[in-house]
Design a protein around this ligand. Structure first.
Ligand code: PMP
Length: 393
């Protein structure tokens, strides 16, 4: 019992009263499935987009590097934590992203939260940061941690972005544009090509989060920024299509060297451990050659979207493997999730504050390991559920 427990309990009661208290529920993840309460469900809510989290090559190399090089790196990168394995994976990532350099981070959340303050402190007293309104919490956090009030543009509305930049044409500060390439909750894409043009025209630094595109979209799965010709900084995570954990930042050699010297979240944390590096390295062997899986994934997503369109369900402009089933009301989204689960499909309800008020949804996240039969079952679950009541039933 701690002295703050009464306050914790009060906060929890308040959340429960507003239907917003969250709890953890364990499951056992398989390849495209999850076992909960002894039932095997189709997992339509994981970010294991290529099914690599259960690929034997990743498991083997992870075990091999663990036994050969140790289960922990033992220190931070600048002390004795840098192994040749880190340098190898960083060089391979830079090749994959077609950048001069790449740097490993502990997680995607931590990379965004730590890199943005390091960049913004360099930019002088009043940098101007233009951020998509639906950017991930870690991006918001990084900008906030730098003590900067971001200028938010309407989601994917680059005319609005341009107008906001123009309104501040006389501002002396450096400009930054921060966006995701595939939005985590809507599954739609930013127009990186146009963002590049805008950034060039207004002398802005373009920061792109490719968490949900890495391994999935762009040439050989390298992401949408590679397809569009690059960005000043691209980050992404190994925790989704790469089936593992950790994150990367890719960009110029100077950027990477600067971060090694100035980014607290890189400097003051222990280096990624060998088993994780082994899994990433094995994923790098596989991902570029997985065009077939990537095509199958997008065909599957297209099928699910087409059925939802027939049912009159809004999918928020999704064009990727992330297919939101927009419900609006938070409790209706929970009912829909429960109904899908009764039909053998796990689709998690996402509610405020993760998404804006009245945009609660089931976030379907499909995987290339969902075969046609699994997609058929997801479609049947959605159709049956919507057929019963016209909505969640
Ligand atoms: N950026 C985006 C857009 C994300 O969706 C996420 C994770 N949901 C992250 C960053 C954080 O990545 P990680 O899970 O590796 O911390």
């Amino acid at each position: 019992m701690s002295s703050l427990d009464p306050l914790f309990d009060e906060a929890l009661r308040d959340l429960a009263d507003r239907g917003m208290r969250r709890t953890l529920r364990p499951g056992r993840n398989g390849s495209g499935t999850v076992t909960r309460d002894e039932r095997i469900l189709i997992n339509a809510s994981a970010n294991d987009y290529l099914g690599l989290a259960h690929h034997p090559l990743l498991a083997e190399r992870s075990a091999e590097w663990g036994s050969k090089y140790g289960t922990g790196a033992g220190a931070s990168r600048l002390v004795t934590g840098t192994l040749h394995l880190h340098e190898r994976v960083e060089a391979r990532m830079a090749d994959f992203k077609r950048t001069e350099g790449a740097l490993l981070f502990a997680s995607g959340w931590q990379a965004n939260a730590a890199v943005l303050p390091a960049l913004l402190k360099l930019a002088g007293p009043a940098p101007l940061v233009f951020a998509d309104r639906l950017n991930h919490a870690s991006l918001h956090h990084g900008i906030q941690a730098a003590g900067i009030r971001q200028v938010r543009f309407r989601h994917n509305d680059l005319d609005h972005l341009e107008a906001l930049i123009a309104e501040r044409a006389d501002h002396p500060g450096r400009r930054f544009i921060v966006t995701e390439s595939v939005f985590s909750m809507d599954g739609d894409r930013a127009d990186i090509g146009r963002l590049r043009m805008l950034a060039r025209r207004h002398d802005a630094f373009l920061y792109v989060d490719e968490a949900h595109a890495t391994g999935v979209l762009g040439p050989a799965g390298a992401g949408l920024s590679v397809e569009a010709g690059g960005a000043d900084l691209v980050m992404g995570t190994f925790s989704k299509a790469f089936g593992s954990f950790g994150a990367y930042v890719a960009g110029s050699r100077s950027l990477c060297d600067y971060l090694v010297n100035a980014c607290s979240g890189f400097i003051h944390t222990t280096a990624l451990p060998p088993p994780v590096l082994g899994a990433i390295d094995a994923a790098l062997d596989l991902v570029p050659g997985m065009d077939h899986a990537r095509r199958h994934l997008q065909v599957s997503a297209g099928r699910v979207r087409a059925v939802l369109a027939q049912l009159g369900v809004d999918t928020a402009g999704s064009t990727t493997q992330i297919v939101p089933v927009l419900v609006g009301d938070a409790s209706a989204s929970l009912e829909l999730a429960a109904a899908l689960e009764r039909h053998g499909v796990l689709g998690i309800a996402i509610r405020p504050p993760t998404v804006p008020p009245n945009t609660s949804r089931i976030r379907l996240a499909l995987s290339a390991v969902h075969d046609e039969a699994a997609i058929d079952r997801i479609i049947a679950a959605l159709t049956d559920t919507f057929a019963v009541t016209g909505r969640a039933g």
